[in-house]
Design a protein around this ligand. Structure first.
Ligand SMILES: [Zn+2]
Length: 206
């Protein structure tokens, strides 16, 4: 299994998890921005402002625990016209807990986040978990481009370049509205948005 994700997930892993969503229609010049791990006070309202300024909509995969701490910010995300998805309650990685614990945590997340979309924390998943997840959600959303905004070894410019060099029609792109990603996100996100708009991409909701 994958321990460290490359920017663009390889074909073999997309094949193992072929029931998950990796990319949308490759014939449409539309991309799908996603933000994981919020909502948090320090970052999420700023992300909403940056998106609103450019009339861009995105999908936020929220952590239930953060939603309980910041219900007002969660509400703002929804009122701004964005979509939300379940990212579990405590961001539990599938490989470090029992299946029972994993699904209990996802169900706890469901009590805070009324969404039929799910993204596994850290992208970790066992193939056998897919069928159960498909019973709970309409879509298990992975990605086509990982910005790696969480990686402390990268500069904001490198995060922007990660997206610039890998984006293509139908790409689902991952950023994080988290304190950890903030040092890079604050520069990389505005630059990425302006680049994608300049390239003529439209922005879709999952
Ligand atoms: Zn996450």
């Amino acid at each position: 299994m994958i321990r460290s994700w490359s920017i663009q997930p390889p074909a073999w892993i997309r094949l193992i998890f072929k029931d998950a969503l990796w990319r949308m229609d490759k014939d449409e010049k539309t991309i799908f921005l996603t933000f994981d791990d919020g909502p948090v006070q320090e970052v999420t309202p700023w992300v909403c402002d940056e998106l609103k300024r450019r009339d861009v909509k995105a999908t936020f995969f929220c952590v239930g625990e953060n939603v309980t701490q910041h219900p007002d910010i969660y509400q703002r995300v929804i009122e701004d016209g964005h979509k939300t998805g379940n990212h579990s309650f405590n961001h539990l990685p599938a490989w470090r807990c029992s299946g029972k614990e994993y699904f209990r945590n996802i169900e706890m997340g469901m009590s805070q986040i009324g969404s039929k979309l799910f993204r596994p924390p850290h992208g970790q998943l066992y193939p056998w978990q897919m069928s159960k997840l498909k019973g709970l959600f309409s879509r298990v959303v992975m990605w086509d481009v990982l910005s790696k905004d969480y990686d402390k070894r990268l500069s904001a410019e490198e995060v922007f370049q990660n997206v610039k060099h890998h984006v293509r029609p139908g790409s689902i792109i991952v950023f994080h509205d988290s304190v950890k990603a903030w040092p890079r996100l604050k520069k990389a996100l505005p630059e990425t948005l302006d680049y994608l708009i300049g390239q003529g991409y439209s922005f879709g909701l999952l």
